[in-house]
Design a protein around this ligand. Structure first.
Ligand code: SAM
Length: 313
């Protein structure tokens, strides 16, 4: 289950948002409502959650929300995905609150390119955040880079070496044709092409998924089997058929699919502390989940009308 703590973001990546001036939801769930939401999710059988957004570190109580979820004995695994802009300050408090796995999005190590791809982001701040995460130390740090043709597709090796030197697992993502990404069909670099670009560093074996760990497929480094690179091919292979994810958006709506605007409201149940009502909404959202055999999310026309930032990427 992916929990979107806020739909706000302090970056505006070119494949995610049209600019910085979109409207945000006014009523993000607070700590108590998230507590109730998670109790309802647990009642439905949820055991693994990832905080995302928007940018989850912009929720003013993110550390407290993480602390409470980490203290919930029924939850077996928590993780968080961030753009890293506030991580220099928050890595240690998040670790102290019980977070052990973190993914940082970083598309470029070049200041000017990073600023262009994020529409004004400051690379130095994100690198300081990654340093803080390494020092915390988290059990697992992953780095997500979306690869855009004729922009950062010449940086796969540099990003891989940067990550490996720090014990981080780099993962390269195809641009998904959702929301803003739907305008970028000509800029998609396929997972196969990414793999070819890194072939001198990687074993020739077939890329493999980690069981129950999402759609990324990994290949080991030639020189050290402990190091890996992941590929997330959300466009050349939408993996809809095997998708077992649900999302909760920032205002408490259960979302069955990243590529549609469908949802089941559960805000009132969360604010009332009604775990049963939430479990009911989960069951309903699960029933609405598109059938992977007939629906290929990212290739549907409807996917261009949704916002990954708002649904919770
Ligand atoms: N703000 C956090 C961050 O930057 O990681 C979490 C939310 S962000 C929507 C989650 C991930 O989705 C990021 O790694 C981002 O690069 C990725 N993403 C957003 N739009 C995408 C698209 N059209 N195709 C592929 N990945 C996308």
């Amino acid at each position: 289950m992916r929990l979107s703590l806020t739909d706000r973001c302090d970056l505006a990546c070119v494949y995610c948002r049209p600019g910085r001036d979109e409207a945000y939801v006014e009523r993000c769930l607070d700590v108590d409502a998230w507590d109730a939401m998670v109790a309802g999710l647990v009642e439905s059988g949820v055991r693994r959650v990832r905080f995302t957004g928007g940018e989850p570190l912009l929720h003013r109580d993110v550390v407290e929300v993480v602390r409470r979820v980490a203290a919930n004995r029924a939850i077996e695994d928590i993780a968080l995905t961030t753009n890293g802009t506030r991580l220099a300050k928050l890595a240690r408090p998040l670790h102290d609150a019980g977070l052990r796995r973190i993914t940082v999005s970083l598309d470029s190590l070049r200041e000017d390119r990073f600023a262009r791809m994020t529409r004004g982001g400051d690379l130095a701040g994100v690198l300081a955040g990654i340093d803080a995460a390494c020092a915390a130390p988290f059990d697992e740090i992953k780095l997500n880079a979306v690869v855009v043709k004729d922009e950062n597709d010449d940086e796969l090796e540099a990003l891989t070496r940067f990550a490996w030197e720090r014990g981080i697992t780099p993962r390269f993502l195809e641009v998904m044709l959702i929301g803003e990404g739907a305008k970028m069909e000509g800029r998609v670099v396929s997972g196969a092409a990414m793999r070819r670009a890194l072939s001198h560093l990687l074993e020739a074996d077939e890329a493999r998924r980690d069981p129950d760990r999402g759609p990324a497929k990994y290949v080991a480094a030639r020189h050290d089997p402990r190091l890996r690179v992941g590929f997330i091919t959300g466009t050349s292979d939408t993996y809809c058929a095997g998708c077992d994810r649900l999302r909760v958006s920032a205002e408490g709506t259960l979302r069955p699919c990243l590529a549609t605007n469908d949802g089941v409201p559960a805000e009132a149940s969360a604010r009332a502390g009604d775990a049963r009502g939430i479990a009911h909404a989960v069951a309903e959202a699960w029933r609405m989940k598109p059938d992977g055999a007939t629906f290929k999310g990212c290739t549907e026309e409807s996917a261009s009308g949704v916002s990954i930032r708002a649904i919770g990427g």
